[in-house]
Write a protein that binds this ligand. Structure first.
Ligand code: NAD
Ligand code: UGA
Length: 467
């Protein structure tokens, strides 16, 4: 029997776009996303598509095409699970903050509660697909919870389950593109029937040769390792950005030189204020925890260095901003361009802008923060200080600015933290003329043409360069 009804538990950054794309390609399948967060479900159902809970280029169009036809967002978890023959688990798996493994291990509370909901409400045979990023062997935990609820009546199984792993590799900001045209899709499992049914869904739009079949543990582990390798490239290039600044080498030239070697490759070598996002840090912490759990201390220490360099890069940048102002930014007007952890997303989780902004406020700066997609409320939550409130010890503060031009007036510095296209299009000559001299621009994303801006007393610092 082909799959007719899918339920996805968790309507977040992964569940939302993933299910929207599945519904788009599988018009004969009813896809329902459920979430314990009722406001989120309401936002997914809002008529005004600009109010969807997440911003992703292309997402509004896919939602508009399918919502109410074969794509639904619901708070009725019980009935959505009951009717589904395939259930995706796309819930959050953050780092544990308390208890055994705190600070490293993944908190599987939400995966566990999802499995319990499924165990309670599912009817007949149900295939469970782990979409969340989880520590290796989590499928075992899910299977155990489900086993407890398997039922036999008159020698017939009336409630049975099959667990597969199919981790998600989309990146925020390009989620729809990544889902439409993934480099590969993983299916980990041993139940051939279940694998075939999931594979039949993906092959509606993904070529067969991109679908890799593995055992369930390799699939779970590969997701963590993919993120660790990506993050490792960023920490490597960021560490070298500091060496370039010290030696007068130019990071862009070094990137070009090493990236031209096909074995190294050009991608994921952009120096930055550090990587952010909800996953790299937590997945590496999880990997470090797993290595230690299995007694592989040296391996754990190796991967942990990626996180040390990432924190160091953020600190290095806030410290050098302060140093350029002879050790004090007290009462300085500093315009922050970009608060999202990367462009084309409204996500601020682990954004390097958080630590850098906090450091500057703690040193007494008056921040004027702009971001095309992030709200003031979100910034307030991340910084932990209300807009306009004066930090009692340093007297620093922050406020949101929706318009860059007017906020730049008499500013002492601009710190560019997210590579939004809008910022590339700024008339920098006009902007810098409005600043209070001596003024500084700190470009942590290498998007400025230095020669265009460096005039009239402007000082420029660009990551990995001697400007
Ligand atoms: P998210 O926080 O945006 O969404 C998770 C949602 O699950 C939340 O809305 C939460 O309310 C809901 N939820 C939690 N427990 C629930 C339950 N028992 N029943 C119903 N709803 C429940 O998280 P996300 O960014 O979508 O990430 C989800 C998973 O996917 C994580 O494991 C993450 O590591 C992984 N992942 C994320 C990305 C990404 O780009 N964000 C990419 C690949 C993989
Ligand atoms: C990342 C991975 O790219 C996805 O494959 C994965 O599915 C996802 O994590 C996840 O598991 O959550 P994401 O965090 O959304 O995706 O975005 P990336 O494009 O990977 O960027 C992560 C961070 O690294 C951003 O802060 C970005 O600015 C930074 N980055 C990226 C750099 O500093 N330099 C680069 O060259 C690339």
């Amino acid at each position: 029997m082909p799959i007719k009804k899918i339920c996805c538990i968790g309507a977040g950054y992964v569940g939302g776009p993933t299910m929207a794309v599945i519904s788009d390609h599988c018009q004969d399948i009813k896809v329902t996303l459920v979430d314990t967060n009722k406001e989120k479900i309401q936002a997914w159902n809002s008529k005004d598509l600009s109010r969807l809970p997440i911003y992703e280029p292309g997402l509004q169009e896919v939602v508009l095409r399918n919502r109410g036809k074969n794509l639904f967002f619901s708070s009725d978890i019980e009935n959505s699970i009951k009717e589904a023959d395939m259930i995706f688990i796309s819930v959050n798996t953050p780092t544990k903050i308390k208890g055994l493994g705190a600070g490293y291990a993944s908190d599987l509370k939400w995966v566990e509660s999802s499995a319990r909901q499924v165990a309670k409400y599912a009817i007949g045979h149900t295939i469970i697909v782990e979409k969340s990023t989880v520590p290796v062997r989590t499928a075992e935990l899910i299977q155990e919870i489900l086993n407890g609820s398997q039922k036999r009546t008159k020698n017939i199984e009336v409630k049975t389950f099959s667990v597969l792993s199919s981790p998600e590799f989309l990146a925020e900001g390009t989620a729809i593109k990544d889902l439409e045209n993934p480099d590969r899709v993983l299916i980990g499992g041993s139940d051939q029937k279940a694998i075939k049914l999931l594979r039949n869904i993906y092959t509606r739009w993904i070529p067969e040769d991109k679908i890799l079949l593995t055992n369930v543990w390799s699939s779970e582990l590969s997701k963590l390792i993919a993120n660790a390798f990506l993050a490792q490239r960023i920490s490597s290039i960021n560490s070298i950005s500091a060496l370039c600044e010290a030696t007068k080498a130019d990071i862009q030239e070094v990137v070009k030189a090493i990236g031209s070697d096909k074995r190294i490759g050009k991608k994921f070598l952009s120096p930055s204020p550090g990587f952010g996002g909800s996953c790299f840090k937590k997945d590496i912490l999880n990997l470090v925890y797993l290595c230690r759990f299995y007694g592989l201390e040296t391996v754990a220490n190796y991967w942990e260095q990626i996180l040390f360099i990432n924190d160091w890069q953020k600190k290095r940048i806030s410290s050098l901003i302060i140093e350029k102002f002879f050790g004090t930014v007290s009462d300085k007007k500093i315009v922050i361009l970009g608060f999202a952890f990367k462009s084309s997303t409204n996500d601020t989780r682990e954004s390097p802008a958080i630590e850098i902004s906090k450091d500057l406020i703690e040193n007494g700066a008056k921040l004027f923060i702009n971001d095309p997609k992030v709200t003031a409320l979100q910034i307030e939550k991340e910084i932990g200080l209300k807009e306009f409130e004066i930090e009692p010890f340093s007297l620093g503060s922050w406020q949101f600015v929706s318009e860059i031009k007017s906020s730049i007036k008499e500013a002492d510095a601009i710190v560019l933290l997210t590579e939004w296209d809008e910022y590339r299009q700024i008339n920098w000559k006009e902007i810098v003329s409005k600043m209070r001299k001596p003024a500084w621009i700190f470009d942590t994303r290498s998007i400025l043409e230095i020669d265009e801006v460096k005039y009239n007393g402007m000082n420029i610092w660009q990551v990995g360069c001697v400007a």
